[in-house]
Write a protein that binds this ligand. Structure first.
Ligand code: G16
Length: 557
């Protein structure tokens, strides 16, 4: 490959307008005001190409999104060839390269830093390998311009082949990256993966699960309302609902907050983050129908939370904890029915935000192991994939999926071949279908929603039955704006503060006053804020409890 440095220099000068800003690769990649992202996009495009070269030209994904953030923000993250998040050891490179572009006074200085990275990773630029990149973006107004900053050097300087998916959800980008690589392995003539593959695959798995139980293709609730946060989830979900193979009656599903064409409406008083944080209905919904089920996606459709309203007009949230407990209950039972409970290990992964009641329910009622990791699906995903054969992970905010191990697939295949001779295969077939219905690459609002709907239908559970499995402790999440959030450093999976010194002791004293009290403080990795979480037994004391912690945070900041 002949790298055209003259061209790279020109693009650097034209593109990198944001200078002398320190960038960090946070919970979900780079994320900040869209107008400050040109430089980061430029460097991230180069890094994605280097990652692909390092991996012998496999497809590497890049998604332009700021997910739940307000419409003025944007962001970017890199996806590994298997659809997982960028390898942790490459995150520092992403930062180094972005900051080199930001602080360099000329192209030569940037080129020196780039050369160091190439040498450090022993990437051979004199290769015949062609880098392959898949790019996608959510519905934000700033995304087309940022896409140009991102991709400008890919083909013209590094001779990369770029597959531009246009507007897609984040999980679609992850899924298509993974599928493109699997197809590439099968031979060069294999067609590149498309959005249509995504719809066909997940609808197919949903239909098969219903067929396995000989269930009529109807939802178990009279109606499902889906709030798509005025983001990219709206149009993409509608494509799924319009697919030939989707045959749930149209009158059972209504998509609301689907104005992805009005940029300012994105995540505004709607969507998963709004509903979870405020514990109330989103804009556009009134509690008209008490036997309906509702759900909300976030701006790029990688999170989902459910809810319903009871006959007394009370709002009930069925968040990520409730989703993971529903799946844990269902899949544990299937393992038992298949007599595999001793050979395959099922477990749940949570973060500090998980409601204390959910953790107790998983341990004491379901008798499943529970792990706790830091916030950020990359941490949960890793734990789920390495510790369990069925690793269920959900953040309370609705971001999660289930990872099925190689051993799981081998075991199910072999048991299914044996049981053909012995008769009852229902539980085995259920486990197999479920492992296909759940997006294996990343948390996915659409796939998670289908899996919840199928589970409720099979178990014949209403939203009330689901909710009544355990009762959440009253809880509150507050965003606290401080001058410098980087001083808030944590330990113990973010459950305790190390810095500012002395603040944790003050929080502990507050917590001790409230029965079943728990509180923690951490800096957000996606917004310029510190998050304060509190839960306790008595809902009438919760506000005061949270306020006391917030006061200490503000005084220490
Ligand atoms: C991202 C991450 C999630 C995380 C959330 C909030 O979600 O993918 O794992 O829970 O940010 O993170 P923080 O509290 O650090 O701001 P999304 O949906 O915004 O991509």
């Amino acid at each position: 490959m002949k790298v055209d440095y003259e061209q790279l220099c020109k693009l650097y000068d034209d593109t990198c307008r944001t200078k002398n800003v320190q960038f960090s690769y946070g919970t979900a990649g780079f994320r900040t005001l869209a107008k400050n992202l040109d430089t980061v996009m430029f460097s991230t495009g180069i890094l994605a190409v280097l990652r692909s070269l390092k991996l012998q030209g496999q497809y590497v994904g890049v998604m332009i999104t700021a997910s739940h953030n307000p419409y003025q923000d944007n962001g970017v993250k890199i996806v590994e060839p298997d659809g997982s998040m960028l390898l942790a050891t490459w995150e520092p490179y992403a930062m180094q390269l972005a900051n080199a572009a930001s602080f360099a006074t000329n192209f030569e200085e940037f080129r020196v830093e780039l050369a160091k990275l190439i040498e450090h990773e022993k990437i051979d630029l004199n290769t015949t390998v062609v880098p392959h990149i898949v790019v996608g973006r959510d519905s934000r107004e700033s995304s087309p311009y940022l896409l140009r900053c991102l991709t400008s050097s890919m083909a013209s300087v590094f001779h990369a082949q770029v597959l531009d998916l246009g507007c897609v959800t984040t999980p679609q980008l992850h899924y298509i990256t993974d599928l493109s690589n699997r197809r590439k392995l099968e031979g060069d003539i294999a067609p590149v993966a498309t959005e249509q593959d995504y719809y066909s695959f997940f609808i197919g798995a949903f239909n098969e699960l219903f067929a396995t139980y000989q269930l009529e293709k109807r939802l178990s609730v009279p109606k499902l309302f889906i709030d798509t946060a005025n983001g990219i989830g709206g149009p993409q979900l509608k494509k799924l609902l319009a697919s030939e193979d989707w045959d749930v009656p149209a009158e059972q599903v209504e998509v609301i907050n689907d104005r992805s064409d009005v940029p300012e409406l994105l995540n505004f008083e709607c969507g998963a983050d709004y509903v979870k944080t405020n514990q109330r209905l989103p804009k556009g919904l009134s509690p008209s129908s008490f036997d309906s089920l509702y759900c909300s996606f976030d701006g790029d459709a990688d999170r989902v939370v459910f809810y319903y309203v009871d006959s007394g007009s009370k709002f009930h949230l069925l968040d990520g904890d409730k989703i993971s407990t529903l799946f844990a209950k269902f899949l544990s039972k299937q393992l038992e029915l298949a007599h595999l409970e001793h050979s395959l290990k099922i477990g749940v992964v949570q973060t500090a935000y998980a409601n204390g009641s959910s953790t107790a329910y998983i341990k004491n009622t379901l008798h499943c192991p529970v792990s706790c990791t830091k916030t950020g699906v990359k941490h949960l995903h890793h734990e789920a994939a390495t510790q369990y054969d069925i690793g269920i992970y959900f953040e309370a905010n609705g971001h999660g999926t289930i990872i099925f191990s190689e051993k799981f697939h081998r075991t199910i295949k072999s048991e299914l071949s044996k049981s053909k001779l012995n008769g009852d295969t229902l539980a085995l077939r259920t486990l197999k279908c479920f492992s296909e219905l759940i997006n294996q690459t990343v948390g996915d609002a659409i796939s998670d929603m289908l899996a919840v709907l199928a589970t409720l239908a099979i178990l014949k559970m209403s939203p009330v039955d689901w909710d009544e499995e355990y009762t959440d402790l009253p809880n509150k999440l507050v965003k606290c704006i401080v001058p410098d959030r980087s001083i808030f450093q944590t330990t113990d999976q973010e459950r305790k503060l190390l810095n500012p010194v002395g603040l944790q002791d003050k929080i502990d004293l507050v917590v001790a006053k409230y029965p079943m009290g728990r509180s923690f403080v951490r800096a957000s990795g996606t917004e310029d804020a510190v998050r304060v979480y509190a839960e306790c037994k008595d809902s009438s004391k919760l506000g005061q409890f949270c306020d006391e912690v917030v006061e200490h945070v503000k005084a220490s900041a």
